[in-house]
Design a protein around this ligand. Structure first.
Ligand code: HEM
Length: 438
């Protein structure tokens, strides 16, 4: 591997690790807010216990999200000096405001954790809502920098220098709101499905104990409701994101769909492998006209094909697989969550064991969706770091020693991941919910 590939691998693996905790760090606070409100409305002690246990889990997640986020920040400066030179002059604003969002989250988190028992019901809800607002604002602000990389504006490059900087134009770049909505809603749904997975698993394990069973049923139903709403919302704003690609990054959409020739009435390719030699998608299912319709709500919309662009500006063609995985997972999760709700509220029955078994996979499926979404968005922008402005090879550091660093960091992430799982299991096994319920 050359040093650019090494830098990409190191940055990619660091982001892939951080994103697990950053996503749960946005999704879990929303669930704590909902559980806390349920407690205040119903005065059901199960919800107070649930909020407390979720907060403990959230504390552990935050303990990994903060250092791994710091590593990502340091690596940005170390590995991408060319990129940071432009970022520092054009889009530093969201990073600076993010520090305030983090303070808001940290201060109210401390109040909620250490003084929850002494707070009035209103103050409990205010503090936990402030934690969720801080976490969500952080996500939007950091996503803004990513959105700007895809649809950059607010500056020009003249003879290698950054000129005519307009920080507000950079902040309010065209994909800010669509991308932020997609990122935030997919994080909310991942938080919800993480709880669905745990509750489904516990229900399968604790069939005899009625109190514990009732507790996990409540967690399961709340998770399914939020998961169903958020997965639907993610699919709807994902569709808007795809329309953004049609307008602003057409070669990414073309590679995502394996479309080589520019055409109206373009077909949507589901599955299969994009074959450059034949200029088609092999073994896939083609739905006539659908891509044109999805791109701009009309069947005669002209969708640009890859042949419209120089070969060295094509994104890697395997992003078709990533796109299919993300959308496929989104579809499966909508079906599963509505199936669970259907059993409980329409058929008025307990969710059967076979469905509970499937529901245990929803948390991990969501996380795979998050990872594939990010990889799709970032590798789909290649060969650019800043779309049509800075190539990745011009942004990266030139260094021979990245291989050792890569191995060191991979080992650190593996260790941290195992440690986090161990701490979670250790804590929750030492404090079983059965004991708190009695
Ligand atoms: C169900 C239909 C979905 C559609 C149509 C869709 C569409 C898209 C598109 C077009 C992008 C690329 C945006 C860009 O490069 O500018 C994207 C990115 C992304 N997607 Fe999805 N998506 C869907 C489901 C999901 C699901 C289920 C998840 C997570 C569980 C998810 C998580 C992400 C993430 C984290 C990104 C990267 C951030 C971004 O650039 O927006 N998506 N999605």
């Amino acid at each position: 591997m050359d040093s650019v590939e090494m830098a990409r691998s190191l940055m990619g693996s660091s982001l892939a690790f951080h994103i697990i905790f950053a996503t749960l760090g946005v999704g879990i606070p929303l669930m704590i807010v909902i559980v806390e409100i349920m407690y205040q409305v119903r005065k059901d002690r199960d919800y107070a216990i649930m909020a407390k246990r979720l907060t403990k889990g959230f504390g552990i997640i935050l303990g990994v999200a903060i250092p791994s986020g710091t590593i990502v920040g340091v690596l940005l400066a170390l590995l991408w000096p060319g990129f940071m030179e432009i970022v520092g002059q054009v889009i530093a604003l969201p990073f600076q405001v993010e520090i305030w969002a983090f303070f808001l989250e940290a201060v109210f988190m401390s109040i909620y954790v250490f003084a929850a028992d002494r707070l009035s019901p209103t103050m409990r809800i205010v503090s936990v809502i402030s934690v969720a607002i801080g976490a969500t604002a952080s996500a939007v602000l950091i996503t803004d920098a990513h959105a700007w990389m895809n649809t950059p504006q607010g500056f020009r490059i003249e003879e290698g220098q950054v000129v005519d900087v307009d920080p507000w134009a950079a902040v309010f770049n065209p994909s800010l709101w669509t991308t932020s909505l997609h990122v935030v809603s997919s994080a909310f749904m991942t938080g919800a499905f993480a709880i669905v997975s745990i509750a489904a698993f516990q229900l399968l394990k604790n069939r005899g104990d009625e109190k514990t069973k009732a507790y996990h049923q409540k967690g399961l139903m709340l998770g399914l409701m939020v998961g169903a709403i958020m997965s639907l919302f993610t699919a709807i704003n994902g569709h808007e994101t795809a329309q953004m690609l049609h307008e602003y990054q057409p070669e990414k959409l073309a590679a995502a769909e394996g479309l080589f020739e520019t055409t109206d009435y373009a077909p949507l390719a589901i599955g299969g492998i994009v074959d450059e030699e034949t200029g088609s998608v092999k073994y896939g299912l083609e739905i006539p006209w659908l891509l044109s319709f999805l791109a701009d709500n009309r069947f005669d919309t002209v969708v640009k094909g890859l042949n419209e662009f120089p070969r060295d500006e094509w994104p890697p063609l395997y992003i078709h697989l990533l796109f299919n995985l993300m959308v496929g997972i989104g579809t499966i999760l909508i079906v599963l969550s509505f199936a669970g709700l259907f059993y409980r509220y329409i058929r008025k029955r307990q969710i059967p064991a076979w469905l509970l078994r499937i529901l245990t996979t929803t948390g991990i499926l969501s996380m795979i969706g998050i990872e594939t979404g990010w990889i799709f968005s970032c590798t789909g922008r290649q060969p650019w770091t800043i779309y049509h402005i800075q190539r990745t090879e011009d942004a990266a550091v030139q260094s021979e020693s990245l291989g050792t660093l890569f191995l060191l960091f991979i080992s650190l992430y593996a260790f941290l991941l195992l440690l986090t799982i161990f701490i979670m299991l250790f804590y929750f096994r030492r404090h079983p919910v059965r004991r708190e319920l009695s």
